[in-house]
Design a protein around this ligand. Structure first.
Ligand SMILES: [Fe+2]
Length: 403
């Protein structure tokens, strides 16, 4: 999947790429984005995702919902005026709302003509962060829900940039929504390995931090917490059973550096669980006693990717309710050996480090996203060295390439 076209169908047994798909006609036209949320609802699991198409200067965002059999449940179009360059990479879902963030950018036509035309830069490098604009948080009512007839909410916050969101949920008895995300003060699409200077990691401008946005629906206003976790973070995830509902624990890649001033940072060399009181920041500043960070820092020259929480109990009749009663699975890149390791950590004790490290004979491209599939998939017969069948376990990890 990517953000400019249709998704690819992959054979769940062999992982062979089958080709582009319109999901049995659910997708009339692209784009269809890569990030999905699976929320547990009274009717069963609901997979929610979206696609954002540029139409002139506007964005036409289509939200899709599929049931646990893969059938299209609903499709909702929402036009964001002048939001065509909002750079919508991820989304959230709550009981009643879809949530996306419109980033403030502008397109440099002059750069496109004078540089991209001659192969001196990419199309993405013609897009620049525009700090003269505000960032906009959009909440769009889901069809068939209690708030379906309410108007969409658009709340402005100071200019910032977001790629990946953590989770969102409604505060019962209020008109407030918590929207947790990974936020950068600004971004440059021209940053690459040839122009990356030490200042990049020292001035805090591009640092990605856990930030909590609290939206007041009727007033269409929002507050944004300052950074509070000490470590820069990226690639966040939460336990599957709290997606779209109140959560306390977030699993993420994190910088090895801890800076209370939230300026110095570095690449993801640690895995962390950040516990934050679900009501922290709702009616006042986040207090230090409402935050706990449990992290394991990998060896020097090791870099970590997205951590995925795996509940210890995968039975639907007795799902694990704890957000820390499980394992965290992630891939680590060892830059010394240039090979990858699949690591398993105790979600409740991240600082103890991996319980298990499976060293792979090759590298895995950095920054893959992943997901946990609890169902046992029909695996092909695997034969050992003596040609005897090997019984596959119930662990199956599906990685999808996303940006
Ligand atoms: Fe992504």
């Amino acid at each position: 999947m990517n953000e400019s076209g249709l998704p690819y169908e992959v054979d769940p047994v062999t992982l062979e790429t089958m080709g582009l798909t319109r999901l049995d006609g659910a997708i009339e036209r692209g784009p269809f984005h890569a990030h999905v949320r699976v929320r547990e609802e009274p009717e069963g699991k609901r997979l929610v995702t979206f696609g954002a198409e540029v139409k002139g200067v506007d964005a036409d965002v289509i939200f899709y919902e599929f049931d646990d059999q893969g059938n299209l449940w609903s499709k909702t179009s929402h036009v964001i005026p002048s939001g065509g360059l909002g750079f919508y990479h991820d989304m959230v879902v709550t009981e009643n709302y879809y949530g996306i963030i419109e980033n403030p950018t502008r397109f440099d036509v002059w750069k496109m003509v004078t540089e991209m035309t001659f192969g001196k830069c990419s199309l993405a490098e013609c897009i620049s962060f525009d700090r003269s604009k505000s960032t906009k948080v959009h909440l769009i009512p889901r069809p068939g829900k209690a708030a379906a007839t309410k108007p969409p909410c658009c709340a402005e916050i100071p200019a910032c940039f977001t790629f990946h969101h953590i989770n969102a949920y409604e505060i019962p008895g209020t008109d407030k929504v918590v929207f947790d995300t990974v936020m950068l003060p600004e971004i440059s699409f021209s940053t690459n390995l040839t122009n990356l200077a030490p200042e990049y990691y020292e001035n805090g401008k591009s640092r990605s931090d856990y930030r909590r946005i609290v939206i007041d629906l009727p007033r269409q206003t929002a507050t944004v917490s300052p950074p509070f976790a000490g470590r820069a973070i990226e690639f966040p995830s939460v336990a599957p059973h709290v997606v779209g509902s109140s959560h306390r624990s977030t699993y993420c890649g994190a910088s090895a550096i801890v800076d209370p001033d939230h300026r110095a940072w570095g690449p993801n060399q640690a895995w962390a669980r950040i516990d934050l009181d679900p009501l922290a920041g709702v009616d006042g500043p986040i207090r230090s006693n409402q935050v706990k960070v449990d992290a394991w820092v990998a060896e020097p020259n090791s870099f970590v990717m997205e951590p995925i929480f795996v509940p210890k109990s995968t039975s639907s009749s007795s799902p694990s309710s704890s957000e820390t009663d499980g394992y965290v699975v992630g891939i680590l890149h060892n830059a010394d050996t240039k090979k990858a390791e699949l690591c398993v950590l105790d979600a409740g004790n991240m600082a103890a480090g991996p319980l298990c490290r499976i060293r792979l004979p090759h590298h895995i491209p950095s920054n893959l996203h992943g997901s946990w599939v609890p169902e046992c998939l029909p695996l092909p017969t695997i034969r050992g060295e003596d040609d005897a069948p090997v019984t596959p376990g119930q662990v199956h990890i599906v990685n999808r390439i996303r940006t």
